[in-house]
Ligand binder design. Structure first.
Ligand SMILES: Cc1cc2nc3c(=O)[nH]c(=O)nc-3n(C[C@H](O)[C@H](O)[C@H](O)COP(=O)(O)O)c2cc1C
Length: 204
């Protein structure tokens, strides 16, 4: 008997729902490929791209969240230009998502507090380099004081990096979905104007 694989992506609605589900899984599960997107920001005359961890996805508001050191270059880039793009790729599903929108920064509000509370104590050490990320140094080094690297004492001071902690919150209004298939690639685009959605299949 021949089993024909059921078509998963028959409608634009299938694509949208499936994409949002993958973002949701990516935010919750560190083994999911969508947990490690690339985030692009504009700085001067350059586009700047880096890997980040997707920390949260608020589906009803179309919001993607990641964390950063407030002193990092990406933060001043966002302060100058809030436009940002995210790139996700799932190698097994062969699905690429390109998402763009505007970013707001949160440091001292309830959202930032909630995100800080959700961080693992061990990752809080990332916000404690003596000098800002990107500062030139003479030799390869973590930028952390030796006393901080003694993690046993660190656990007692886990609030210490809080002042350098920032939350990058991106409300997106455009999503480009692409799936690679031997039988022909497929691509779709979704654009929101407020909550009004325009969706279309496009040539891959
Ligand atoms: C797997 C991986 C995950 C990363 N996650 C983050 C992150 O969530 N937030 C962050 O600020 N930097 C993260 N980084 C470091 C950034 O890629 C980047 O090097 C750093 O943030 C400095 O970027 P900037 O100079 O553009 O601000 C990650 C790097 C890797 C390799």
């Amino acid at each position: 008997m021949i089993f024909k694989k059921k078509e998963k992506w028959k409608t634009l609605d299938d694509v949208l729902r499936g994409s949002l589900k993958m973002l949701d899984r990516g935010a919750r599960n560190f083994t999911h490929p969508f947990h490690w997107p690339a985030l692009a920001t504009c700085g001067g005359d350059r586009v700047n791209l880096r890997t980040v961890i997707l920390r949260d996805f608020l589906k009803s508001d179309r919001i993607l969240i990641c964390h950063s050191d407030f002193r990092a270059p990406k933060v001043s880039q966002i302060q100058n230009n809030p436009a940002a793009s995210w790139l996700f790729y799932h190698p097994k599903e062969k699905i690429q998502l390109r998402i763009s929108g505007n970013v707001t920064l949160h440091t001292h509000d309830s959202l930032a507090e909630k995100q800080w509370d959700s961080t693992h104590i061990i990752s809080r050490i990332n916000y404690r380099t003596t000098y800002p990320p990107g500062t030139p140094i003479q030799e390869p080094a973590s930028g952390l004081l030796d006393s901080i690297l003694d993690k046993s004492s660190e656990l007692l001071h886990s609030q210490a990096g809080r002042e350098n902690f920032a939350v990058i919150v991106c409300r997106f209004n455009h999503m480009d979905w692409l799936i690679l298939r031997a039988t022909g690639h497929m691509r779709a685009q979704f654009t929101w104007d407020g909550n009004k959605l325009k969706a279309s299949w496009v040539v891959p």
